[in-house]
Design a protein around this ligand. Structure first.
Ligand code: FAD
Length: 530
């Protein structure tokens, strides 16, 4: 029944959707993507969440091919700076907690290491981020997919892949270059690309979209319309009048200012993580790419003007920011009440968005597309499929909202009104109760947000231990256990981490080699065979 899909919008969401639909359905459906020459894309969205690897795998894209084209680097987690106190930092790594005698290692850590660094004591990835290491060996194959005879590679896989990682890593990349890469990928696989402005959305007598009207190409008719028009929500929110549910009450940051800063990454090094530095009215992201840094201040307009925010960001970056043009953005925080109505599905910012503190924008897009394919109305329109899709998409966004609200509520910082208000602002339904519980017993899979939203209990634990504003304690039962095995495991984390730091190349070395740039004194070899 659905043979023609029309996507309006050519940002990351539009091209990710077009590429994925072609990969999923091939010639069985025709895909047209129309994007405006005059309306710019949002121009940010460069750090990802670890599930993104499935997206590239699904398209059959080899990272050794696309990463250099998109100036991409690896991301193993997030470094939070100054959220507890000035000068303090901790990592939220993409690494599951080891379990000893049924208790996660952090329970044992709480009982035995007060005053230590939980992230270095319990997670190997924190060490790799601190030492700016690559998650791959120069001569090694893709560690998750191919098992090589390289003993170092095997040690790393055993350490991180088989035991502990949810997904071993994500990426940073240049959003504009990725959109161009996916444009080529999509058009080479038959996506019809129309450069034009959509000036009207015409509905039929049932209130379904019949066609969109463009300035120069006339009418574009289709069976299914995907709204990828960004915060405008031109099809879903405007033409179909679907209301928007704001999250502003629990997440007040509604503005951002961003800079693209060319930088000498050889001198600076490539830390394999995004950094989120707490500021007076929000936080600044630092995303290291190959050849430049993406940075931006996410802040609440109620506490800071755009001029102050830009000044703060420029001071944070230093002289490298002089003469660079700043991109000021108003953010619509929340989600459309329903993302799929009649024959229109919103994907990307038009569907929903939360501030990028855990880099979930592209994760929302990926989730939406995967769900769309699972719920695709191939031979009939079915309300049950539509409702199931809407429920899943809403649950994922509501879950991430809750996780982000926890970041502010649990931050120990309270040095100005913004941070004092952050600790007392109402949290989403049910979180207050669970925060009470987590003071007696750290989160587990039973007590985190009840629906899938990408974050497992280890993420909640890392944030509670790192942010430091909510007191937590070891389970009293541990007093009756022998601590010998837990002590051995804690020692093992340190030994494995030290071995990896000693043997892995720096991320800069690895990425330079991946880009074909020779480094002085080294001739790194990267195998390109599978
Ligand atoms: P846009 O990029 O806004 O694209 C909209 C498209 O619609 C454009 O092509 C435009 O030309 C087209 N369009 C609009 N109106 C019309 C019309 N009338 N006719 C034709 N075409 C039209 N996500 C992450 O995963 N990680 C991050 O680190 C991250 N950081 C972010 C930081 C900030 C400050 C913000 C605001 C977002 C961030 N995001 C992040 C989210 C991420 O940027 C977006 O999810 C992603 O870029 C997708 O945007 P989009 O394609 O939905 O919208």
């Amino acid at each position: 029944m659905v043979k023609n899909v029309v996507i309006v919008g050519g940002g990351t969401s539009g091209w990710m959707t077009a590429a994925y639909l072609r990969a999923a359905f091939g010639d069985r459906i025709a895909v047209t993507l129309v994007e405006s020459k005059n309306i710019a894309t949002i121009g940010v969205g460069e750090a990802t969440f670890s599930t993104i690897r499935h997206f590239f795998d699904y398209l059959g894209l080899d990272e050794r091919e696309w990463m250099p084209e998109c100036h991409a680097t690896y991301k193993l987690g997030i470094r939070f700076e100054n959220w507890r106190a000035p000068g303090h930092h901790f990592y939220h790594p993409f690494e599951r907690l080891r379990v000893v005698d049924g208790f996660p290692l952090t329970d044992w850590w709480l009982g035995t290491r007060p005053g230590g660094d939980f992230d270095r004591d319990c997670f190997v990835i924190s060490w790799l981020c601190e030492a700016k290491r690559s998650p791959r060996y120069l001569s090694g194959e893709l560690f998750e997919q191919d098992f090589t005879e390289n003993p170092d590679e095997r040690a790393y896989r055993t350490t991180l892949t088989e035991q502990n990682t949810q997904f071993p890593y994500a990426y940073h990349f240049d959003a504009a270059l990725l959109a161009s890469y996916l444009t080529r990928f999509g058009t080479e696989r038959g996506v019809r690309h129309v450069l034009d402005d959509v000036v009207d959305v015409r509905l039929d007598e049932r209130g379904w979209i019949d066609h969109v009207l463009t300035k120069e190409h006339g009418e574009l008719a289709g069976d299914l319309f995907i709204d990828c028009t960004g915060f405008r929500g031109m099809l879903l929110n405007k033409a179909l009048s679907v209301p928007f549910v704001s999250y502003q009450e629990s997440l007040p940051n509604d503005r951002a200012v961003a800079l693209r800063v060319p930088a000498d990454m050889a001198a600076r090094g490539l830390r394999p993580c995004t950094t989120a530095t707490a500021m007076d009215a929000g936080w600044i992201w630092t995303i290291p790419l190959y050849g430049r840094v993406g940075t931006g201040y996410v802040y609440a307009g109620d506490y800071c003007t755009p001029e102050e925010a830009e000044r703060t960001l420029r001071e944070f970056v230093g002289p490298e920011a002089d003469d660079l043009e700043a991109n000021h953005i108003r953010m619509r925080i929340g989600r459309s009440e329903r993302s799929w109505v009649n024959n229109c599905v919103a994907v990307g910012l038009s569907s929903g968005f939360v501030e990028p503190l855990e880099s979930t924008g592209l994760f929302f897009i990926q989730n939406a597309i995967e769900q769309l394919v699972k719920h695709f109305p191939a031979d009939r329109w079915d309300d049950r499929l539509r409702e199931s899709y809407n429920r899943q998409v809403a649950n994922v966004m509501d879950g991430v909202r809750e996780f982000l609200a926890l970041h502010y509520h649990a931050a120990a910082r309270s040095d100005n009104d913004y941070w004092k208000d952050a600790a007392t602002r109402p949290v989403p339904d049910g979180l207050a109760e669970r925060l009470e519980l987590w003071q007696a017993r750290l989160p587990d899979s039973e007590t985190v947000f009840p629906h899938y939203h990408g974050f497992e209990s280890y993420s909640y634990i890392a944030m509670l231990l790192g942010l430091g504003g909510v007191p937590v304690q070891a389970p009293p039962a541990l007093r009756h256990f022998d601590h010998g095995r837990a002590e051995r495991e804690l020692r093992l984390v340190r030994e494995q981490a030290e071995a990896l730091v000693a043997n892995l190349p720096s991320q800069y070395e690895y990425i330079a080699a991946l880009n074909g740039d020779t480094l002085p004194g080294r001739r790194p070899e990267l195998s390109r065979t599978r």
